[in-house]
Design a protein around this ligand. Structure first.
Ligand SMILES: C[S@@+](CC[C@H](N)C(=O)[O-])C[C@H]1O[C@@H](n2cnc3c(N)ncnc32)[C@H](O)[C@@H]1O
Length: 277
């Protein structure tokens, strides 16, 4: 059976995303965001004993493993099977249980209302069709349940890094919205406007500390999938030097250290969305 070009285009983009997040060493990046952000997402949903929590785009399992450590029943979902394997090993090493499922945030393979709490930490913001994701998050969360999201803001450090590398590559297809928009309160309000949810927002920051700006840059260009893909493309075109210089200048602008090291705070938006009962 043939599929429409639009469906092919979406599937092709998901393949690119799968290979992007499988490249480099995402689990090493995740170690730098393993404390505050997952704790903020879990605080946003106020999970309690007996709750079944879904962690969407769990990656190497930061929020899922933290939730399991708190004694909650946890399912984690991600587009990339290799990352789920890392999450599985982490859960086993910590002696906690997490059910890990390969899948897409835009078409969650779960029944309506299957979860008491749904979280995502810097995860759903990378799926291309924002409205579809918001609708899916609400659908799988039971009435009276809640959704907690942690998203890099457009003007915070990582939002600015993403926007900078985005300038050097062709625009994404028209159906894809930029990830940093999920860090904008007005955008998130509009996505949930069609649903009966009560929203709260607050902002927090995640520290990134390295021996120098250059060390952070080298780590990111070798470990962080979205930057690796842009670097590979621009190296082939001979323009990576310009992009790298702009990124280094950005990192210096965010750096608070005055001893030659890199010490910056990256802002993120925390979203708490409670479904009415
Ligand atoms: C920045 S990582 C965040 C991972 C994890 N939540 C954490 O806190 O470390 C983004 C994750 O989103 C996943 N992802 C991207 N697009 C997705 C999609 N459409 N559906 C499910 N997961 C997706 C990637 O595979 C990756 O694991």
């Amino acid at each position: 059976m043939s599929t429409s070009p639009a469906i092919d285009a979406v599937a092709a983009l998901k393949d690119v995303h799968r290979s992007t997040w499988a490249s480099g060493d995402y689990p090493a990046v995740a170690e730098h965001i393993a404390a505050g952000p997952p704790a903020a997402a879990l605080a946003a949903v106020a999970a309690g004993p007996g709750d079944h929590v879904l962690d969407v785009a769990t990656g190497s399992g930061n929020a899922a493993v933290m939730a399991a450590r708190l004694g909650l029943r946890v399912t984690g979902l991600d587009l990339v099977p290799d990352l789920l394997d890392v999450a599985r090993s982490r859960a086993a090493a910590e002696g906690v249980e997490v059910d890990l499922v390969a899948g897409d945030a835009e078409a969650l393979p779960f029944a309506d209302g299957a979860f008491d709490r749904t979280v995502s930490v810097f995860g759903i913001q990378f799926a291309p069709r924002h409205q579809q994701v918001a609708d899916e998050l609400v659908r799988v969360t039971r009435p009276g349940g809640s959704i907690g999201l942690v998203n890099w803001t457009p003007d915070g450090l990582i939002g600015r890094v993403l926007r900078t590398i985005g300038k050097y590559v062709p625009a994404p297809p028209p159906f894809a919205s930029p990830p940093p928009l999920w860090g904008d309160e007005g955008h998130v309000r509009a996505l949930f406007a069609r649903h009966d949810v009560e929203l709260d927002f607050w902002r927090e920051t995640n520290p990134w500390r390295f021996a120098s700006v250059e060390e952070f840059m080298t780590f990111f260009e070798q470990a962080y999938g979205p930057m690796i893909k842009v670097r590979e493309r621009l190296e082939a075109e001979g323009t990576w030097g310009d992009a790298r210089e702009e990124l280094i200048a950005l990192l210096h602008a965010f750096n608070h250290a005055n001893d030659g090291s890199f010490d910056a705070k990256a802002e993120y938006l925390v979203v708490s969305a409670r479904r009415s009962a």
